[in-house]
Each structure stands twice: as C-alpha cells, then as structure tokens.
Ligand binder design. Structure first.
Ligand SMILES: NC(=O)c1ccc[n+]([C@@H]2O[C@H](COP(=O)([O-])OP(=O)(O)OC[C@H]3O[C@@H](n4cnc5c(N)ncnc54)[C@H](O)[C@@H]3O)[C@@H](O)[C@H]2O)c1
Length: 692
C-alpha cells in the first residue's frame, strides 16, 4: 500500500488519505498513490463511495513546483482527474486547512466537497506566472460565477470556506467534530439518497461578464505579466467550448506560460525566499532565544517604523529618544501612520489601539533593561553609536540581543564598544521600515550563532525577508547600488538626460528610475555620502554633475526641485529644461562629447553593474548565495519580480553575453571603472550560472 496515499475502508466508504508532509504537495508518488486508490475503490464491491482527505493540517497545497518545466512525470494530475471523472461511485473531497492550486483542482474533480470552517480554497498559480493547468480554469467557472472565477485566478487570492459555501464551491461545512467521520457519514448519505454523480465538467458555465471589459481591466492590472490574460482566455474557452476542448486549450496555454522567463523568474523568487534562512554553519535546529519584549533606540524615521514592526507582530516595544520633543514627534508620526491605514479601511480602530498600547515611549534608557532585543536607530555616526552601545552594555540584561540599524558603519567596531560582541548584530531595515519587506541581517565577526538564528527567526515573525550579509561597506544592497548610481551618473556625462535614464529603466521594469529615486531620498544625502567617500577612498570616481544639482540646494521632492521640478503637494517629477541646459554646459566644460545612447545600453550598463558587484560580493562571501542577492533587490530596491533579481537576470541573459558587454563598456568614457568580477569571468568561461 502506498505510504503517501494510504487506503482504508470505513463503513463501506474508501478513504484515500493524502499524506505527503508538510502540505500534501501533489508530487509524482502522491499522484500515483491517489490513482491507485481510485482504481482499487472502483473495483472493490464492498466500497460504495470514496472520500479524499488530507493528513495533518491541510488537504493539499498543490503541485510540486520543482516538477514544473521538467519532462512530464506520469501519472500527471490530468490523468488522476480523468480517473476521477470515470468513477462510478460518489467521490467526496474533505477539505481541512487549505486546498490550493492542484489541491483545489483535485477537489474540483470530485463530485462533492466538504470543508472545515477555517479552510481556505484558492488557485494561486498566477503568483508563479502560470495558470491552473489541470482543469482549474475549466471547472471553476462552471461552478462559481464566471466573474468570481476570473477574480480568484487572476489575483491568486484564496477564499474562505464560508464564501465557498455561498458560491456553491463547497457543499457543506463541517461545523463540529472531526472531518473524516463526518465525510464518511456524508458519503453514505449520498449513496442512500441515490444522489447523482455531480461532475463539474458536465455543468454549463454561465457568463456574467463582458470579456472585452474583463480583458481590458485584467490587462491594465497585470503590467509585465502574461499569465492573468491567459487565464481570462481560458475562462472564455470554458464558456464557449466543450469541456475537453477548453481543457486542451488550457493545457497548451499552461505549457506556454511555464516556458516564459517571467514564470521562471517568479518561481526562482519563490524558492529564493525560502532559502534565505538556511545558513550552512548554523544548523536549522539551533535553539533560538525567546523574543517577548523589544526596545528601539531613536524615535526618528527608522526607529518609529521599526517599533511599528514589533507592535504589528504583537511584541511589546519600548521606544526611547534623548528628548521629550523628539519622542513625541516620533510617536505622533507612528499614530498618524496607523490612522492613515485605518482611514483607508485596511486596519480596524481597535487593532490600531491595541498596537499603540504595545508601544511604550520613554526618555529613560534604563527602561530597556528587560528587553530581549534592543534595536539601535540613532544618528549615523560611529562615535554616537559606540557611546550608545557602551551604555547599553551596562544596562541590557544578560542574553539580550544588541542590534544596530546602521546602513554604512562597521558593525564590528560597534560591537567592540561592548564587552559582549557575541550578542551584537546588524538589523538593517529599509525605509519605510513598517512597509519594506527586506531585512539585511548583518553577521559581524563575533556574532554568536544563536544570536544570528534568533534574529533570522525574528525577521520572519516581523513578516520580513531576512537576508544574511557579512560586514562590508554598504552590505549587500547599498554596496551594489553604489555601482548602479555610478553608471547612472556616467550616462549623463556621455549624453543621456535624467529622464531618459529613468524612462529606460522604468520601462524595463524598475519600480522607479534612479533620478526619481534620488529626488525622493534627498540629494543632500547622496552629496554627503559622495563627499565622505571621496575622502575615504581616493579611487572613488563619480559623475560630477550630481554635485551641481546639490550645490543649488535642489535636494529633490522636499525642496520642490532636484533632478526634476515638483508642483506643490505633488510627487510627479516634471522634466526640467534648466537642468538639461546646465548638463550641456557642464559637458562642454568637462570636454565630454555627448553621443546618442540607446535605452538598451542604459539598462545593460546599470543592471550589469549590479550583477558584477553582486559577483564580487558572492566571491568574498559577503552573501551566502546568488539567490539571496536577488531577494535583496526584489524586496528592497523595487527590482521587477518578473526579472528574478540582478543575478538571475544576468543568468537569463547568459553570463558570456554579460561579460562581453562589460568588456565593451571598458572602451568608453570612465571605462576603467569596469572591473569584471573574477567569478563572473570564470562562470562565463565555463558556461555556468550564478544560480547553479
Ligand atoms: N532613513 C533611512 O532611509 C535609513 C534606512 C536604513 C537605515 N538607516 C539608519 O537608521 C538610523 C537612523 O536613521 P533615521 O533616518 O531614522 O534618523 P533620524 O535622524 O530620523 O532619527 C534618529 C533619532 O535618533 C535620536 N537619537 C540620537 N541620539 C540618540 C541616543 N543616544 N539615544 C536615543 N535616541 C537618539 C534622534 O533624536 C532622532 O530622533 C541610522 O543609523 C541610519 O543610517 C536609515
């Protein structure tokens, strides 16, 4: 008997249990086991009906994504569905926890469905750039309204058992008692009452939408992604074609989507996100410390956002600042922020009150004494931070984790200010900290393994994507960004305008172009960094035009003028003639001869600069793996998910091509700034990929 799909008979009902932990993923062995069970039940004269049920907490989380894009392993889910359709005995799906993707498709090919009250049902395939490929697009619109089917599949969001019941997707909710005995009773009742074998495939989908409108709406919402429109096309086929033809169409469109680079990138990101917490020398069973209370030092931009992260996760947090005023300003901003969310209807007032009550403001540093983790977010100055850590050392309880939110300072030097450097770690949040998913966890030289393990786990609790970085200037994200910024400025020297650079990168998929980003962050900040870098590193070379913008006090959005102009109260960048004239004059003074630069060159120069620096970072062991670098850019820098991250994108282009382009760039102005990373050169020579 199949271990992944044990078969038993209870009161004349065959029970096939999906038993493939953790989520009963429909891998090859499970599919074969279900098929075997169905055949056995069909031939067993003692069996009058069949129940499919999941072991553990779920019915099934769906397909095994690792099998996608590989040669077809038989039996596939399609064949299981065919066997379901051929059954002469009632088939009941008993759904607890969740039935997602292939899991719901399996349930849709049963004659009846039961669910527990908390169950979730959905077809989330679109999130991986594909569509439900085993009848989902054909069966769902035959049982729920067509508009609802489109919505469920185009967003990928699941619905509750209650909603499923109202829609007819679920026939009954098992309110009390255990699911299995209830399902056996239900199946026997179907037999006694001679209920028909209700195959969804035999129902007629009734269109309640105008497909032209739906295509327009879905097309607009799915910029850059082909899957949602393919889903609409499949639903249209479900309405207009016989089941088997629609099913064939769905199969073709699935096969097409699986091959697209968008889907490959989204699947890469799916796995990459699950990899980041795996640290080779820190076993997964490393005991984590308990984090029941937190503290944040500094109630500024970052401190406030970080405190919100803790409160959102239900962890009480003390927040300190040096003065009453600074503290009150900080708390005011937190309150405003929550109130805005309440106003938009995305948070209940009681929930806001609960969260505010978890945040304890104080000017007494002593108050952090009982915190399990203390996150420092004070001014970005080494002497200030070292002083704070020296004081913390005398106050924090033994075993407390001492974290710093520094973006640029050496965490080893901060740790050295204490007598317990093993408890010190970097937690680099991104702004706005309560929104951005990225958390760079900076592992310093002496950071203890369990401190690292605890911080990674905490990152997940705070609903972040924690990525480990070793100590270096800028850590993973900002160190790479420096090379991207450098190219964006060189491009101006060579003949491009800010709006051309922004336009090219935005069209390619970046959430915003670099110059729009500088205006948002404040051009004074970049200016400060350049001045400091030029002092620290004599080899630091950058396009000098940026200084002229800053010297005019054109600091960006906050001053109404920067690389662009801004209307009061409006964040939309307006191209500025004066900037262009200044740029032309600057080039003349510098002796740069402007040339026409293609959008393609702009994208290659900026994105390959990221990948090349990423290769250095990988080689130096700053990042653990290429996919971690991809996650940093996907979750912290507005990199388009359908491009998979800078390293994955370079892999997709082909590292030999990337290397050849870099060699070409070495010929141009500032070409000496391009140093192909040895790792990139080696992989390119060997025909390999970063993500192998
Ligand atoms: N702003 C960002 O985008 C960003 C992003 C990532 C990391 N960071 C880092 O986060 C830290 C804070 O940055 P910010 O933008 O929130 O700065 P900020 O100036 O908005 O806030 C700093 C706060 O710290 C308070 N402070 C100063 N000394 C203190 C002390 N000894 N004890 C308690 N409070 C003290 C100040 O009064 C101020 O309210 C810096 O290290 C910065 O590099 C900032």
């Amino acid at each position: 008997m199949s271990e992944v799909a044990p078969y038993a008979v209870r009161d004349g009902v065959a029970v096939i249990t999906l038993n493939n932990p953790p989520v009963n993923g429909l891998g090859n062995a499970l599919r074969a086991g279900i098929l075997q069970g169905l055949q056995r039940a069909d031939g067993d004269a003692n069996v009058k009906a069949v129940v499919l049920i999941g072991a553990g907490k779920a019915f099934s989380g769906g397909a095994d994504i690792r099998e996608f894009g590989k040669p077809r392993a038989r039996p596939d889910l399609w064949e299981v569905n065919e066997a379901q359709d051929a059954m002469k005995k009632p088939l009941v799906a008993a759904i607890s926890g969740f039935a997602l993707g292939g899991g719901l498709e399996l349930a849709l090919a049963c004659h009846y469905r039961l669910a527990t009250p908390k169950a979730q049902l959905g077809l989330p395939e679109v999130k991986l750039g594909i569509l439900p490929g085993s009848g989902g697009t054909q069966r769902l619109p035959r049982i729920v309204p067509v508009s609802k089917a489109v919505q469920m599949m185009a967003t990928g969001n699941p619905i509750s058992a209650e909603e499923a019941l109202q829609l007819g997707l679920v026939d009954e909710i098992v309110q009390n008692g255990e699911l299995l005995p209830a399902a056996v009773v239900y199946a026997n009742k179907l037999v006694q009452e001679k209920k028909p074998l209700r195959r969804i495939r035999d129902l007629q989908a009734k269109p309640d939408v105008d497909f032209k409108r739906v295509r327009e709406e879905v097309g607009k919402a799915s910029r850059g992604y082909p899957a949602p429109l393919e889903i609409v096309a499949c639903v249209e086929a479900a309405v207009t074609k016989p089941f088997d033809q629609g099913r064939q169409f769905e199969r073709e469109r699935f096969a097409h989507l699986v091959q697209t680079s968008e889907s490959a990138a989204l699947r890469h990101a799916f796995f990459a996100e699950r990899q980041t917490t795996k640290i080779p020398d820190v076993p997964e069973d490393t005991p984590a410390r308990q984090i029941k209370k937190a503290a944040v030092l500094g109630a500024g931009t970052m401190g406030g956002g970080i405190a919100m992260c803790f409160a959102n996760a239900g962890i009480p947090v003390t927040i300190t600042d040096t003065t009453r005023e600074a503290l009150e300003r900080g708390i005011g901003r937190i309150r405003e922020n929550y109130a805005g969310t309440v106003q938009k209807g995305r948070l209940k007032q009681e929930e806001m009150d609960k969260r505010m009550a978890l945040i304890h403001p104080t000017t007494e540093l002593e108050a952090v004494r009982d915190a399990d983790i203390i996150v420092e977010a004070v001014f970005e100055r080494l002497d200030v931070k070292q002083e704070v850590f020296r004081k913390l050392d005398g106050i924090a309880k033994p075993g407390a984790i001492l974290a710093t939110n520094t973006s640029t300072l050496d965490v080893n030097k901060i740790a050295a200010a204490t007598k317990r450097p093993q408890e010190v770690i970097g937690t680099h949040f991104f702004s706005p900290a309560n929104v951005m998913r990225l958390l760079e966890v900076v592992r310093a030289e002496k950071t203890a393994k369990d401190v690292l393990a605890t911080t990674m786990k905490l990152g997940k609790t705070l609903k972040k994507v924690p990525v480990v970085s070793r100590v270096c200037d800028g850590f993973i994200g900002n160190r790479m960004l420096e090379k991207y910024v450098q190219q964006s400025l060189f491009l101006l020297d060579e003949g491009a305008t800010p709006q051309q650079v922004d336009g090219a990168l935005q069209k390619w998929g970046m959430a915003m172009g670099p110059f729009t980003m500088y205006d948002m962050a404040g051009n004074d900040i970049g200016w400060e960094i350049r001045k400091r870098r030029a002092k620290e590193r004599p080899d630091f070379v950058y396009g000098k035009f940026a200084d002229r913008i800053a010297e005019n006090d054109w600091f960006g959005q906050k001053t109404g003028r920067g690389w662009y102009r801004y209307e009061p109260g409006n964040r939309k960048p307006i191209p500025d003639r004066e900037v262009e004239d200044m740029l032309a004059k600057y080039r003349q003074e510098m002796g740069y001869k402007p040339r026409a630069i293609s959008d393609e060159e702009i994208v290659e120069r900026c994105i390959y600069a990221l990948a090349n620096e990423g290769a250095h970072i990988l080689e130096e062991g700053i990042a653990l793996r290429a996919s971690d670098i991809d996650m940093v850019y996907l979750t912290g820098y507005g990199f388009p998910p359908y491009r998979g991250g800078p390293m994955f994108y370079a892999d997709t282009v082909g590292l030999d091509k990337v290397l050849a382009a870099i060699e070409r760039f070495r010929e141009g102005y500032h070409g000496d700034q391009w140093k192909p990373a040895p790792l990139l050169a080696r992989l390119a020579r060997e025909g390999k990929r970063f993500n192998d």
